[in-house]
Design a protein around this ligand. Structure first.
Ligand code: ZN
Length: 190
């Protein structure tokens, strides 16, 4: 599917969801049988692990539609980048959408300089550049940091070599979006 059509399909699905008109399309046993032999997801979503932001639900999509990677703070690391490169190569998926959201706990913890034992520090370290960028911006610091984090992850993705080549050839589009927890809408921010 053409990257722009894929993005239109996500936007239309989110519009249905936010207006209480979900289709539950592709969520049946017959769909499961159709795709059991192979998948052709039309979009790759790198989203936050937050329980309130499940991509299949907020974009009103079903089985086999989205290749979803979720991690707190929707950050990028080598394993996540590998998953994205794999999906792009293997399925020819033309769209990657980085999905952040309002009041993200991982971004908020980074803002507070929280000292959390264990591996959480890996997440906070990845988000820190977004917090640094947001500090001088007018407006709400957490909201700005969430947006900066989405934009930085999109920029990082565009720099990754196999991905960059496909973007250059216009076979792949990489965009960033922010989910509004209060009204269910997704707004493009990158
Ligand atoms: Zn989050």
């Amino acid at each position: 599917m053409n990257p722009n059509h894929a993005l239109d399909r996500l936007k239309a699905g989110n519009h249905r969801y936010a207006h209480g008109e979900v289709s539950h399309h592709h969520q049946s046993i017959s769909r499961m049988r159709v795709i059991s032999a192979g998948q052709h997801p039309f979009a790759i979503i790198l989203g936050c692990a937050d329980s309130r932001v499940p991509p299949e639900i907020i974009f009103d999509q079903g089985l086999g539609d989205l290749f979803v990677i979720r991690v707190a703070g929707n950050i990028l690391d080598d394993a996540i980048l590998g998953s994205i490169e794999y999906a792009v190569e293997e399925f020819g998926t033309g769209l990657v959408l980085v999905l952040g959201h309002e009041r993200c706990g991982a971004v908020a913890a980074t803002l507070k300089h929280a000292e959390i034992p264990g591996h959480v520090s890996t997440l906070l370290k990845a988000i820190q550049p977004a917090v640094d960028r947001a500090r001088d911006q007018p407006g709400d610091l957490l909201d700005n940091a969430v947006r900066a984090n989405i934009q930085l992850v999109v920029a990082q993705l565009k720099c990754s070599m196999p991905v960059a080549k496909l973007v250059e050839a216009e076979r792949l589009k990489i965009v960033g979006a922010q989910y509004n927890l209060d009204c269910g809408t997704v707004v493009m921010v990158a």
